[in-house]
Design a binder for this molecule. Structure first.
Ligand SMILES: Nc1ncnc2c1ncn2[C@@H]1O[C@H](COP(=O)(O)OP(=O)(O)OP(=O)(O)O)[C@@H](O)[C@H]1O
Length: 268
């Protein structure tokens, strides 16, 4: 699907890019209260999209709607559309498990399976779908760990417990585990907020490589991080998408005064 143009504030055509996902009028309700309201947002293929905004503005709620994670929360209800390659993932008959394979997720705190080895963590998703062939699993382990920039550090201890890795390595292991099933999109919910600055940098460096293989959506509290790693940025406030555009434009020339107040630190 081709989105014809992305306009900058000056009205110039910025880029012509294919879409990987897109939401149309997407709302998420917790009971009667809306966590996000009527969000329409393009997610461009092989680009990093950052979602920023103050605490409680709905960033995580929106992110979780992109791979039907809210199905697992009884109180939550989603309305509107989330398209993946043009198909609404909320349409009747769509298998949420398959959606979560195609749209993977990495969480704030590294959460490797603690009782499994490095190797078994990476192949866990593949084994779930019945892949047992050792050659295939070995290949997936090397490919995924390489993509997650962890292979060189762990190739001699693939059978070591995952908990023997450092926090930053554990997070890259979780990224490798998500990549092993070859998702089209990777959702990252504040993936570096529990990490030290060096591990944070290694994950940020990794993202520019990763986006060659996978489309990334990242929620971050850290505006500098959004500016460093993303191509597009959406600013959320009280459950609404205030502004979306090329990251450069959002940070240098925001259209909406509320975005400007936030990025210049005058928020609240
Ligand atoms: N499981 C839930 N049940 C009820 N309300 C929820 C639930 N999860 C989130 N909310 C509410 O939805 C709104 C948006 O929350 P959300 O966690 O998406 O914000 P956020 O921008 O990711 O915040 P933060 O940056 O603090 O993580 C908040 O008002 C929150 O209290």
């Amino acid at each position: 699907m081709i989105r014809p143009e992305v306009k900058t504030t000056s009205g110039n055509v910025h880029e012509e890019l294919p879409l990987r996902m897109e939401t149309r009028g997407l709302s998420v309700f917790y009971g009667k209260k809306a966590g996000v309201r009527e969000v329409s947002l393009p997610i461009y293929n092989n680009r990093v999209t950052a979602l920023i905004g103050p605490s409680g503005c709905g960033k995580t709620t929106f992110l979780r709607a992109l791979n039907r994670m809210h199905d697992l929360t009884p109180i939550a209800r989603v309305t509107g559309e989330a398209l993946l390659d043009g198909q609404n993932i909320y349409e009747r008959g769509v298998d949420p498990v398959e959606i979560r394979r195609r749209v993977g997720m990495v969480f704030q705190k590294p959460n490797p399976f603690p009782t499994l080895s490095v190797y078994d963590n990476v192949v866990s998703g593949l084994k779930l779908v019945g892949i047992r062939h050792k050659g295939l699993l070995d290949e997936a382990v090397e490919r995924s760990l390489t993509q997650a920039a962890l292979w060189d550090e762990v190739k001699d201890r693939l059978r070591a417990p995952s908990m023997s890795l450092s926090g930053g390595q554990q997070q890259r292991l979780c990224i490798a585990r998500a990549l092993a099933v070859q998702p089209e999109v990777l959702l990252m919910d504040e993936p570096t907020s529990a990490l030290d600055p060096i591990s944070t940098q290694s994950i940020e460096d990794l993202m520019s490589e990763l986006k060659k293989h996978v489309t990334i959506v990242i929620v971050t509290h850290n505006m500098q991080q959004a500016a460093r790693v993303s191509d597009f940025t959406g600013y959320f406030l009280t459950g609404e998408l205030v502004e979306f555009g090329p990251t450069n434009q959002i940070f240098t020339n925001p259209k909406d005064p509320r975005t400007e107040a936030y990025i210049t630190g005058r928020f609240g």
